[in-house]
Design a binder for this molecule. Structure first.
Ligand SMILES: [Zn+2]
Length: 141
């Protein structure tokens, strides 16, 4: 289903430091760009879904019993957390694209060590190494 229309002008590609070749960087850019667009579409669909949910809720509010409104709250919470997740991922992909432009892509934001290529292959939008990611998550929770 993924139509890859990402013909991105390679601005700043020549400024990247490190061992990555221009071709590699362009490849990563295409991947990140299509990932970003995918997430953007998903996010917009989720927003529309959320809006529908709210409208139904407003329409139904008058005749609600307790159990009913409880399950709606759960449904809305799930929708809200999906939105947050999608937004996070989209921001992450966008951020990775910026770092690609800056030439800092592939280096950890925490410790500035190179992020292992295997990790970037699985998570192209990763901007930290596994260690720093875990430290961040521990701090956030
Ligand atoms: Zn690190």
């Amino acid at each position: 289903m993924l139509v890859n229309g990402a013909v991105v002008a390679g601005k700043g590609a020549g400024t990247a430091k490190g061992l990555r070749s221009v071709e590699e960087i362009e490849q990563i850019r295409v991947i990140l760009q299509s990932r970003f667009e995918e997430l953007n579409t998903e996010y917009e669909e989720a927003v529309a879904q959320n809006t529908r949910l709210r409208l139904v809720e407003i329409g139904d509010a008058a005749g609600d019993d307790q159990a009913d409104s409880g399950s709606k709250t759960a449904e809305r919470d799930a929708a809200t957390s999906l939105l947050r997740t999608l937004l996070d991922r989209r921001t992450q992909a966008e951020h990775a694209l910026h770092r690609l432009d800056e030439g800092t892509y592939g280096n950890c934001e925490g410790c500035s060590n190179p992020i292992p290529v295997e990790r970037l292959e699985v998570f192209p939008s990763a901007t930290t190494c596994v260690n720093c990611k875990q430290v961040r998550e521990r701090r956030a929770s």
